[in-house]
Design a protein. Sequence first.
Length: 376
Amino acid sequence: MKNSAKGVGLAIIGGGRVGLFRGEVAARHPQVDFIGLAEIKPDRAKEVAAKIRADFVTADFRELLARPEVTAAVIATDEHLHVEPILAAVERKLPMLIEKPLATDLGESERVLAAIQKSGVDAVVGYTQRFRRRWLAAKEKVRTGALGDVTLVTSRAFMNRLVALDNYERTDDPSSISPMVISGTHALDIVMWMMEAKKPVEVYARSVDKALGPICKGIDATAGVITFDDGSLYHASISWALPKVWPGAVYSLEVGIVGTEGVLTIDDTHRDIVLATTKAQGEGYAPDAARRVDFLGSYPPGDMALGELRGPMREETESWLNRVSLGLPTQHATAAEAHDRLMLTKAFDLSAKLKRAVPLPIAAEQRARAKERAGV
């Protein structure tokens, strides 16, 4: 920890839901003395700037990043628009909190990671689930050996299709996103964080597209197995094609971790707080007026209560601001870890397309050649 705190001049690139959430948290942090916002939609920029009390607003992220007041940046644009703001921030050697993923394309992610590592910039990625108490408790038990040597992990993620439809509507290339790349990566990161000492060597997966395929050329679900170098296994499945009326606004997750000395199960399905009402509910990334029943707490960033965001995204943002201003260590995912997670999700999708096992790790060139040979 540094002897004295330093002020933070924060640039927020992207004024969507996450940019707003993080900006509101930053506006309350004692070391943040400047907030600038870059948002291309004028009406949205005006709305968000007022809520976060922005000192400077522009539609051009380069103009914002060039300002001398800026000493750190949050990259919160749409997933497919991360690359250029990240590289611009790297040029100024700004510490960054980047929304996952680094990029939606594996080659672009490789390029971004190389630039970050060459510059020595302190760049971390927003895997918000690492800041929830249940996953921290699980991590501590695995880390301290309560389970012995972990030999098998299973995860099952169920998601309301509103999330998938929102993502597919915002892209011109449905093939660039999938349930694994966009959402399965959260469960994957938690599990790989638990098994961080183990090296994945192979993935075998299958996908289905009977619901979202006809609607938006999307993938419904993917399931597969990662094999590690010591023979340990991770079985993962995710479906983001559940009906709009499914009570989980976003995420329902179950994880089981088995070791040579113990077992740990985590129920993160949010069925412990159930709301039923005659009024339309606004929970989730893309609320639907037809929904009347909710599993409260399934929105990954947390919950709005008494006018403020409460939960993991608030803690993650505050922790990062402390990291920047005080030099405190944090459990954020590194850029290298984020690239690894993207690589693994792309490997799941590639294996499903090729209908065979895929050796790990994969690189962008290998993935392209394999897809070309398979005619996909």
